[in-house]
Design a protein around this ligand. Structure first.
Ligand code: FMN
Length: 185
């Protein structure tokens, strides 16, 4: 408990509320909001502090719609998203650690959006549309985008509880050792 009497579970609850939004109002985030979210991403930790990423903020609805159409169904959130941030990574070596770093940055962006009373979501870019994404975002050779983080104000409907829960705690969290009666499946 802290000074306010909140339990540890209550104190981490804001993190549990961070989730994927896929439907947004027309109201775009401000430049300052989008910039703050990009800053949260660039301050993420990365393997050997290599900071392999570059981030491109996108507000052009025509570009967002082209990405939406090309990448369906994964890019369905871009139908209404007023903005997105692309995580650009170098091709080649260190693919696993880059993917790990990318996930950390993406999750931070989702958390930052929530802290700003916005909503965000992940849209996965299929490898086959990487050339189109490179063209639309003027990405040089040797770099690629796998993750777009969409950002906006969620609609009322999107804010409603989704009922998409998680596995029961006892199936996922073990104390001290793997339980004898579970195969893990
Ligand atoms: C690695 C990864 C890739 C994802 N790709 C997509 C995607 O391409 N499109 C999408 O709408 N959601 C995508 N999601 C969001 C998940 O579907 C979502 O997090 C999951 O259904 C749980 O929902 P919640 O985060 O709202 O609780 C992705 C999530 C992760 C972690």
């Amino acid at each position: 408990m802290d000074g306010s009497g909140a339990t540890p579970r209550e104190r981490v609850r804001p993190l549990l509320r961070v989730r994927q939004f896929r439907e947004f109002t027309d109201l775009p985030p401000t430049d300052e909001e989008l910039g703050a979210i990009a800053d949260a991403a660039r301050w993420s930790g990365s393997s050997t502090n290599s900071q392999p990423w570059r981030f491109i903020t996108i507000r052009d609805r025509q570009v967002l719609i082209r990405l939406h159409e090309a990448g369906l169904p994964m890019t369905r959130s871009l139908r209404t998203a007023p903005s997105a941030i692309a995580i650009v990574l170098p091709e080649g070596e260190h693919a696993v650690s880059h993917a790990y770093d990318e996930g950390r940055a993406a999750e931070r962006m989702l958390i930052a959006a929530q802290l700003l009373d916005l909503g965000a979501g992940i849209a996965w870019i299929k490898p086959e549309i990487r050339p189109l994404v490179a063209e639309l975002l003027a990405i040089p050779a040797g770099w690629f985008v796998r993750t777009l983080v969409v950002v906006g104000h969620p609609t009322e409907a999107a804010l409603a509880p989704k009922g998409q829960g998680r596995l029961p705690r006892e199936e996922v969290v073990f104390e001290g050792h793997w339980p004898e009666d579970r195969s893990g499946g």
